[in-house]
Design a protein around this ligand. Structure first.
Ligand SMILES: [Cu+2]
Length: 146
């Protein structure tokens, strides 16, 4: 397209029409850029952790939201909602259970290895225990002084 054609094309629009067209194109461009940015946001899979812990309390069989209360060892790799590794100290805390069948054979005082997921993008508690293994008899946890 020569300069002459381009000038001719521009002359077919009055100044205000051209202005509106440019605004409109700029608006569309912005919209597509935003849409692309939204689509790029990945579906973040849950983080999965394993930690050894002492069972302190078990839920009642009819608990609507069954939780296991444990004292767990430190979790140095624990990430916050922004994905930063912040770690978690040894502490007593409740963990929601994915399934009450997980605690069928447990008693208070048992030493276990919990597998739990953390998903920061849903509603409610982001944590969920998905597996529990009993540790061998006589296992000492890091916070238990001999
Ligand atoms: Cu904790």
């Amino acid at each position: 397209m020569g300069d002459g054609r381009l000038l001719e094309l521009m002359n077919t629009f009055s100044n205000s029409e051209l202005y509106r067209l440019v605004l409109c194109l700029a608006g569309l461009f912005l919209l597509f850029t935003l849409a692309a940015a939204c689509e790029k946001k990945p579906e973040v899979p849950p983080e999965i952790y394993q930690v050894r812990a002492l069972v302190r309390h078990l839920p009642e069989p009819d608990d609507a939201r069954p939780e296991i209360l444990v004292r767990h060892e430190a979790i140095p790799s624990f990430k916050n909602a922004d994905g930063e590794v912040v770690g978690m100290e040894t502490m007593s805390m409740p963990f929601p259970l994915a399934d009450t069948g997980l605690i069928a054979d447990l008693e208070v005082g048992d030493r276990v290895e919990l597998t739990f997921e953390v998903s920061w993008h849903g509603d409610g508690n982001p944590l969920r225990v998905t597996a529990i293994e009993e540790l061998p008899e006589g296992t000492q946890l890091a916070f238990e002084t001999p």
